[in-house]
Design a binder for this molecule. Structure first.
Ligand SMILES: NC(=O)C1=CN([C@@H]2O[C@H](COP(=O)(O)OP(=O)(O)OC[C@H]3O[C@@H](n4cnc5c(N)ncnc54)[C@H](OP(=O)(O)O)[C@@H]3O)[C@@H](O)[C@H]2O)C=CC1
Ligand SMILES: O=C(CO)COP(=O)(O)O
Length: 331
């Protein structure tokens, strides 16, 4: 079974190495010559992993035609690039292919989940199914083979099992799941919560506050997810509380780090001016704001993050406003 991993960034490189470690037939496609050369010539991807050595058998290419022979194509690009990469590869695919999504967020203008974008852009003749490989997993840890568990979520159980078998090994354990809506909404919205968690840390709040944020943030994720047909149980799993914990508590998280800077400076200004990293929660905050308003879903934490990112509200004021909302029962 031939797999092409598209995107030679942090997550694409780490997942391609998993397949190479598993002695699968895999090639990594990238658009950035320096990253591709670094992998092929130095067995490193220094831009993302400094001096970590990667499996020397892993090969990268800048030739997109490699997808022509693929049985599985894994898309490891930011959400904003998913539509264009799907349109590009649909012209090249020659058979029904399993498309693996690992991106966490929504289409920037249609608000679709990633599997919806993929199904819209890849023609039925070329698509076996979409499998989302998602859960608590920082690339920085997977690249050095630290123990990690994630889900292969698909409406097609057979293909979810194919992906589970392909990627599982002694340091990466894959579970399967079928709640596409709940899982994709969970991993998208947790990025907004991670920004909030970083903001609170930057403001100087500590363990009590973070526990409150994670617990009440999970309630918001459940409320939003169930409004669109997600199952409550899913939010208790790897794509819910699992991914929420890892991103709200880790310095590896770009969403947490972005929030930390914003909280520390008590303003979003410098972050918006200088950020070059993939911080998916920024766009997600806007989409969650629009969709929750349109559907009457109460998302107070997400709303304050939106106010900070898009309306210039001061982080300190947001934290105070959240605390002084009308008192109510927990459940
Ligand atoms: N990093 C992680 O730990 C995890 C990330 N994810 C998710 O995975 C997705 C990708 O993130 P991540 O790998 O971290 O991002 P990175 O920013 O590390 O890498 C993204 C890569 O995609 C490349 N790229 C952008 N557009 C295209 C395109 N049209 N065709 C081919 N390559 C393209 C970028 O190239 P260039 O550098 O030239 O822009 C870059 O190499 C995100 O949605 C993220 O939420 C999920 C779990 C873990
Ligand atoms: O999704 C992730 C971990 O599960 C990666 O988080 P960041 O995008 O915040 O780095």
């Amino acid at each position: 079974m031939k797999t092409v991993v598209i995107g030679s960034g942090s997550w694409g490189t780490a997942l391609a190495q998993v397949l190479e470690d598993n002695q699968r037939d895999v090639i990594l496609y990238g658009i950035e010559k320096s990253e591709v050369d670094d992998i092929n010539l130095h067995h490193k991807n220094s831009k993302y992993f400094e001096d970590v050595s990667i499996n020397p058998s892993l090969k990268a290419t800048m030739d997109i035609n490699v997808v022509k022979e693929a049985d599985v194509v894994l898309l490891a690009v930011p959400t904003i690039a998913i539509e264009s990469i799907c349109q590009q590869i649909d012209l090249l695919l020659t058979k029904k292919t399993i498309i693996v999504n690992v991106s966490k967020g929504f289409h920037p203008t249609t608000n679709e989940r990633m599997s919806q974008v993929i199904r819209r852009c890849i023609s039925a003749d070329h698509l076996s199914s979409v499998v989302s490989l998602i859960g608590p997993s920082h690339a920085e840890e997977v690249i050095i083979r630290l123990l990690t568990t994630i889900d292969a979520v698909s409406l097609n159980e057979e293909d979810a099992i194919v992906v589970q078998q392909l990627f599982s090994n002694h340091y990466l354990r894959i579970y399967t799941g079928s709640d596409e809506v709940g899982s994709e909404l969970g991993v998208a919205i947790k990025n907004v919560m991670a920004i909030a968690s970083g903001i609170l840390s930057g403001l100087g709040y500590q363990d009590n506050t973070r526990a409150a944020l994670i617990t009440r943030g999970l309630q918001e994720m459940i409320r939003y997810g169930m409004a669109f047909g997600g199952q409550q149980q899913t939010f208790m799993g790897l794509t819910g509380i699992g991914d929420l914990i890892v991103t709200c508590t880790s310095v590896h998280s770009r969403n947490f780090s972005a929030g930390y800077q914003i909280g520390k400076e008590n303003t979003v200004e410098n972050f918006l001016k200088n950020n070059k990293k993939t911080v998916e929660g920024v766009r997600t905050a806007k989409i969650v704001h629009n969709v929750s308003k349109a559907n009457g879903i109460d998302m107070p934490i997400c709303e304050e993050v939106y106010q900070i990112l898009y309306e210039g509200k001061e982080p300190k004021t947001c934290a105070n406003d959240l605390m002084l909302r009308e008192l109510k029962r927990e459940f």
